[in-house]
Design a protein around this ligand. Structure first.
Ligand code: SAM
Length: 244
């Protein structure tokens, strides 16, 4: 019995290592250092160049974004993004927005105002002439004017995408409100969660109170899980802005 358990553990660890290796292999570094620093990624057989800057959280590309992109690309038959309405929360440097656009989605890419310049730059450079729909880059500060800017009556998203949006920041209630507002009865959420410290990790349990949550990937070596989620209750009335 014990041997069976330890064999199963070994198999899980090997699967984790293989998947993490395949995901991290998507990244490459420029062979020649030019005037502008960038990191390269290969998705949809295309080279994607991402410019980072080290002074902001949103200006750095986090591994969760690669996990989510790998899933979207390798499950494109199961979850076909072609012509789908997609919104990304906390898009950062834009890899997830770029890959979903390359996969055919109409993407609204959102983040804090100070992040949008770099995000727009990366999105334009990597989607122009390559995608059916050019992504819309726009501000969405969680919990602020969400109904005014994205009225439920006119903004129905098929997918909400989010990579590494839960960490030690004071806006977890606002983030929950934003998921709740944007997620309609037929919306699916794909959310890559990097596990760090307990106070933020408990967001997963709170999230589970509002949404059905299914684990798609478990990558202990990266401390990342990928979830899909959908509403538990039918949405009937808007609940107002976050109590922030
Ligand atoms: C850890 S980064 C992840 C960035 C990107 N998704 C990735 O995985 O590379 C967290 C992102 O959430 C954004 N963010 C943090 N607080 C926010 C808020 N209150 N409203 C909107 N976006 C926020 C940050 O600007 C940043 O882009």
């Amino acid at each position: 019995m014990e041997t069976q358990q330890s064999k199963a553990k070994q198999a899980d660890a090997a699967a984790d290592a293989d998947l993490a290796k395949a995901i991290m292999a998507r990244r490459f570094h420029p062979s020649v250092i030019g005037p502008e620093a960038w990191e390269g990624y290969i998705f949809s057989d295309l080279e994607i160049r991402i410019k980072e800057s080290t002074d902001l959280y949103g200006a750095v590309l986090w591994p969760s974004a690669m996990v989510l992109c790998h899933f979207l690309e390798t499950n494109r038959d199961r979850y076909n993004l072609t012509d789908k309405n997609v919104i990304e929360l906390g898009a950062g440097t834009g890899l997830v927005t770029i890959v979903s656009s390359l996969l055919g989605a109409k993407v609204t890419s959102t983040d804090l105002p100070e992040v949008l310049g770099n995000l727009q730059y990366n999105v334009m450079c990597n989607t122009k002439g390559r995608c059916k729909y050019i992504p819309l880059v726009t501000e969405l500060t969680w919990g602020q004017q969400v109904e005014q800017r994205f009225p439920s009556a006119t903004h129905c998203f098929d997918y909400i995408l989010a990579a590494d949006v839960v960490y030690a920041h004071p806006y977890l209630d606002e983030l929950m409100y934003t998921f709740d507002h944007l997620c309609q009865d037929n919306t699916k959420i794909f959310w890559a969660m990097r596990f760090r410290l307990d106070p933020e990790n408990s967001f997963v349990d709170r999230f589970r109170q509002h949404f059905h949550l299914e684990e798609l990937y478990d990558l202990p070596s990266l401390s990342i899980k990928l979830y899909q989620a959908w509403r538990k209750d039918k949405k009937c009335t808007d609940q107002g802005e976050a109590a922030a």
